[in-house]
Ligand binder design. Structure first.
Ligand code: PMP
Length: 441
């Protein structure tokens, strides 16, 4: 954790996001019981407040984790077990787990700026935190800047609020700052300005692109110029195939060096791609004032992230330490790099004349532009998939799922995370058939 209460330090000011808060978050109030909880610990008080079930009735007496590839078995302590099966009623997560991530974030993203003001909160996956953070900063119908093509899971809940989704197109170097400047420099005076830019900067889902350092710097400058927040959804941060020497630093780590301020970046991390997707552990790193709002939504909705998941994650992370985590991360990214190479090689063999793609820099996806025949409505991979995928024996996600405007596209997203070498070869051979079917139709 690194908190200085928002006071300037080393010439660094802390951005106050309060003016950007949504109207709806101002209606959320902490649950009534919460303000009474501190009174429980007053000497001699018998608390009849919380409806916690009595753990004597729980059917568990132990919990342990067996680690792959070794005989190591992590036995959880009595305290861990007690915590794992009871309400924690801590919407921001178990304090020790938060602290573990806070120290890790200092190591990964904040060298040289120990006084910047931020904390971490745990959520039920980063998806949970993304949804809540959008609740904090957007009202229905608001404009939102979207690094496009975009993760469909985020678009899903943004659509439901009828937002005006402003498409900012990325290219091989990631989100293009000129797109941001173009959208905002000509913004209509009578329309409220976007308060949030949403981006997946490493191994974007669906494109596999990563944003360069130069572009991130320009985008941070624009965030200050046009007064918006950057939602840095870095779910694939640890599945990066780029040379560590040339890999771009995160927005979170660049921010204090660019605008002389901190607090505009909300960073979303996830254990899903690297430890377990079923644990549902995500981490939001942001200003304390932002976390307080997000946590208030948690305490009014799903109460907390599952205690069992948090206790298991903490036991594993403590056992590994930061170094062990990073070793596991590099083994895992190497695993996916090989998968990527195998898939790209298969694409080279079968799709050279039928499609184009960029080699993904990180993540699990190949974003393939099917060279579909020109003509009315024919350049639409959704039609191709829905009409010909079963006959061709291969299915991938049509690109329209990642277009905020739901516009037709020739692209498909192919995930290479699960397929074997043989399946990759066969899948690419069948994608070629798909394109042939589309031409024959
Ligand atoms: N962001 C991106 C870009 C993703 O691809 C995903 C998962 N598909 C998420 C967020 C959500 O991940 P989590 O499991 O942490 O909720």
């Amino acid at each position: 954790m690194a908190t200085n209460g928002g006071l300037p330090s080393n010439g660094l000011s802390h951005y106050n996001p309060t003016p950007l808060l949504s109207q709806r978050v101002q209606k959320w109030k902490p649950p009534g019981i919460q303000s009474l909880l501190p009174l429980e610990s007053a000497p001699g008080v018998i608390s009849l407040i919380v409806g916690k079930p009595n753990p004597e009735c729980f059917p568990f007496s132990g919990l342990s984790i067996t680690l792959k590839g070794s005989d190591e078995r992590l036995e959880l302590s009595e305290t861990d077990i007690r915590d794992a099966f009871q309400y924690a009623l801590l919407p921001g997560g178990l304090p020790d787990l938060r602290k573990w991530f806070e120290r890790f974030q200092v190591k990964l993203h904040n060298p040289g700026h120990p006084d910047a003001s931020w904390d971490c909160a745990i959520g039920s996956g980063s998806q949970d935190l993304l949804y809540k953070a959008f609740q904090v900063f957007t009202d229905p119908g608001d404009s939102v800047l979207i690094d496009t093509p975009a993760y469909s899971g985020t678009l899903g809940f943004l659509y439901a609020d009828g937002h005006d989704l402003v498409e900012l197109f990325s290219d091989a170097e990631g989100l293009n700052p000129q797109e941001v400047e173009r959208a905002l420099a000509t913004w209509p005076a009578d329309k409220s300005r976007p308060r949030v830019l949403y981006t997946v900067p490493t191994g974007s889902n669906p494109t596999g692109r990563s944003c360069t350092k130069e572009r991130k710097i320009d985008i941070l400058r624009l965030a200050k110029k046009y007064d918006f927040l950057i939602f840095e959804d870095d779910a694939y941060y640890f599945l990066d195939f780029q040379d560590p020497e040339t890999k771009a630093p995160s927005y979170l780590s660049l921010e204090p060096h660019i605008n002389g301020e901190t607090g505009r970046v909300l960073r979303f991390d996830s254990l899903s791609k690297i430890v377990s997707a079923g644990l549902r552990i995500g981490v939001l790193t942001a200003s304390p004032v932002i976390l307080q709002k997000v946590n208030m939504i948690t305490s009014n909705t799903n109460l907390q992230t599952a205690s069992t998941s948090q206790v298991l994650a903490l036991a594993l992370l403590r056992h590994w330490g930061h170094a062990g985590f990073l070793t596991h991360a590099s083994t895992t990214s190497e695993f996916y790099r090989r998968k990527r190479d195998v898939f790209v090689a298969a694409a080279e063999r079968h799709l050279k004349t039928k499609a184009t793609w960029e080699v993904p820099t990180a993540g699990m996806f190949l974003w393939i532009n099917l060279s579909l025949p020109p003509g009315d409505g024919r350049q639409d991979s959704f039609q191709v998939i829905s009409q010909h995928a079963v006959a061709a024996g291969v299915i991938a996600v049509p690109g329209v799922a990642f277009m905020p405007s739901r516009s037709k596209t020739c692209y498909i997203r192919a995930s290479f995370s699960l397929v074997t070498e043989e399946e990759a070869d066969e899948a690419c051979r069948r994608i070629a058939l798909l394109v042939e079917h589309a031409f024959a139709a």
